[in-house]
Design a protein around this ligand. Structure first.
Ligand SMILES: [Ca+2]
Length: 350
């Protein structure tokens, strides 16, 4: 279903209501192995090797759909950054690809909607000018005809000067097409969270336990009174360049805040089971189910965005989940690619 609906927004609001609880006592951090000297296969330029391992993943804040659970993963490669506007432009230049937001939805995609009301476009955050109630998400999210990856805020906006910012207004299907063109794939949800934690297991943040504070902002999130007053104290009102903040323990940038990132998996609230067994290289459920919109298949998004803050949305915490339909494009959502390939050659193997 194209994004004329606002069901996904409901879950934005649900996320907003998550209490900011203290996490359990952190486990002893596992140091991330050095990747500084790791040779990279030709197909993985700009990627970081994530070593095989076992870890406890899930929400430290008690999210009902993300209980703590143990996973065991094989090693894989992951893009060091979110895919940039420059990279996506090169992909479009090479392939002529047209994104979902640039297409007029078909009658089948928007059943019951008159042709005159079916428009190409995407969802854009527009800050209200005065305080609004947190549940009134329609006051700051608008479907804007003409909004797409080249015009993230709609007609009149552009990505000029934002070449190194993450591409946004790309759907899950667009992300799939980009990764496939590069002979890569989207990361699974388990891979994404394991990589985001950078070896610091069961920590509240991807950088450890210290909360963001005035003068110390480890990620691009929202400061001020959401949604009407963004002080941009971290230096960024909207998206930031993909390497604007320090990398995590694996050398990955932007795994918290900036933009949500599409994952491969279907969304279900019970994806992780009861947490009693170790999930080995989990690929996610075979089907999707969102109790808020039964029958509407959704894919997982991770990592939060520049619109997250402890006062509204905890999506920038590594164990927190989001989801949307695979053809939805949003001004705060992008992606990065993963690759299954042999790992770096170590000295002992040479
Ligand atoms: Ca910011």
């Amino acid at each position: 279903m194209r994004c004329s609906g606002v069901g996904w927004l409901f879950w934005t609001v649900v996320l907003a209501g998550l209490p900011a609880q203290e996490p359990p006592a952190p486990a002893t951090p596992t140091p991330a192995p050095s990747t500084a000297t790791a040779p990279r296969p030709p197909a993985s330029d700009g990627m970081v090797w994530i070593p095989a391992g076992e870890a406890v993943l899930g929400s430290q804040t008690g999210d009902h759909d993300a209980p703590l659970h143990r996973v065991r993963l094989s090693g894989f490669w992951l893009d060091a950054t979110e895919v940039t506007n420059a990279q996506f432009a090169a992909f479009v230049q090479a392939t002529g690809y047209v994104t979902d937001a640039e297409r007029v939805p078909t009658a089948a995609e928007l059943p019951g909607v008159p042709e005159a009301e079916r428009r190409a476009g995407a969802l854009v955050f527009r800050a209200p000018t005065e305080p609004v109630r947190a549940e009134e998400y329609w006051r700051w999210w608008q479907f804007v005809p003409g909004a797409d990856w080249r015009h993230p805020e709609g007609p009149g906006s552009s990505i000029a000067g934002r070449e190194q910012h993450p591409v946004v207004q790309v759907s899950w299907r667009d992300a799939q097409a980009f990764c496939a063109h590069h002979k890569k794939r989207l990361p699974t949800e388990a891979e994404w969270e394991y990589a985001a934690r950078g070896g610091l297991l069961q920590q509240r943040y991807v950088w450890g336990a210290a909360a963001p504070a005035a003068g110390r902002y480890p990620a691009n999130i929202f400061q001020g009174e959401f949604p009407y007053q963004n002080t941009a104290a971290d230096g960024h009102l909207g998206t930031a360049p993909v390497r604007a903040f320090a990398a995590n323990g694996y050398g990955l940038f932007g795994m918290s805040g900036n933009v949500w990132e599409w994952c491969q998996d279907f969304y279900r609230p019970d994806s992780y089971g009861d947490g009693a067994r170790v999930l080995v290289d989990p690929q996610g459920p075979a089907t999707s189910h969102d109790p808020a919109e039964p029958g509407v298949a959704k894919r997982v998004m991770r990592g939060g965005s520049y619109l997250c803050s402890d006062s509204y949305c905890l999506g920038y915490l590594p164990g927190t989940r989001m989801k949307s339909t695979p053809d939805t494009a949003l001004c705060h959502t992008g992606f990065r690619c993963a690759l299954t390939a042999p790992g770096p050659v170590t000295a002992s193997r040479q």
